[in-house]
Design a protein around this ligand. Structure first.
Ligand code: DGL
Length: 276
């Protein structure tokens, strides 16, 4: 099999990574993808870095057995705490979401006040702050970081614009607004679904979606031309795997991707543990 006919592996702690896969499918129409959602062990965002690293290694090993030519870590939490480990251990390029989103945020800010929201694990790793500070180079950029753990269950409940979600968002975002941010990194795979609500609450703030910038980074690293296409044939270009056959997958997949996807294949998690 020639290199370009090998698929690109994508994994996330669950279904959130579909918000990244959507951009990959829309902009790389000639690629095939293998998507793994670790739905049996989601959420990763409240777990220790050590546990997330163990899970991440097992997910990467699973994708490598599918002869993928690159791995896109479509999860902010894994990108924040396990990217270095995966890069050291994997024989193919491993692309995380943090660096591309941080670069886009540095380019977008005008007043040098950038907000970052994510899971507890992502925020306490300081990965975004470190990446933004490094990429801003000489420029003094202030990063205002805020964990927003309640957003994940609210999105999975489909409460994308409910008054409850607005109330929670108001509470989380108040300190960022008080600090005068003009740019906000949506540092969790679920948050792009909250974009309509967040942009109505923060009309003057640029929202950074890591899916779009990570797709551009993937294309650059693999030397692929980006093109735009529709989601029409997207489902047939992706094999979906999950570690738990939750009946919610298809429903949430439709919400994240906007299309009906084939039923995912369930992976035996014990086999993943022992064969990594
Ligand atoms: N996919 C995770 C992230 O982007 C959110 C869900 C979780 O906590 O596992 O950080």
């Amino acid at each position: 099999m020639s290199i370009s006919s090998r698929p690109i592996g994508v994994f996330d702690s669950g279904i959130g990574g579909l918000s990244v896969l959507k951009h990959l499918l829309l902009s790389l129409p000639n690629e095939r993808f293998v998507y793994l959602g670790d739905t049996a062990r989601v959420p990763y965002g409240n777990k220790s870095a050590e546990t997330v690293r163990t899970y991440a290694r097992q997910c990467a090993a699973f994708l490598l057995r599918h002869d993928v030519r690159a791995i896109v870590v479509a999860c902010n939490t894994v990108s924040a705490v396990a990217l270095d480990v995966l890069r050291d251990e994997c024989p193919v390029p491993v692309i995380g979401v943090i660096e591309p989103a941080a670069r886009e945020a540095v380019a977008a800010t005008r007043n040098s006040h950038i907000g970052v929201i994510g899971t507890r694990a992502t925020i306490s790793s300081n990965s975004y702050t470190k990446a933004i500070t490094r990429l801003a180079s000489e420029r003094a950029v202030m990063v205002h970081a805020q964990p927003c753990p309640l957003f994940v269950p609210l999105v999975e409940e489909g409460w994308l614009e409910s008054p409850v979600t607005r109330l929670v968002a108001d509470e989380y975002l108040r300190p960022l607004v008080a600090n005068g941010i003009d740019t906000l990194v949506l540092g969790c795979t679920h948050y792009p679904l909250l974009t309509p609500m967040l942009s109505s609450m923060l009309p003057d703030v640029a929202l950074i979606d890591c899916g779009a910038c990570t797709t551009a980074e993937t294309a650059k690293i693999l030397g692929i031309q980006m093109e735009s296409t529709s989601m029409q044939a997207a489902a047939s270009r992706t094999l979906f795997y999950v570690t738990d056959a939750s009946p919610n997958f298809s429903l949430l997949a439709r919400q994240f991707l906007g299309i009906v996807v084939n039923d995912p294949v369930t992976v035996d998690i014990d086999q993943m543990r022992t064969s990594s």
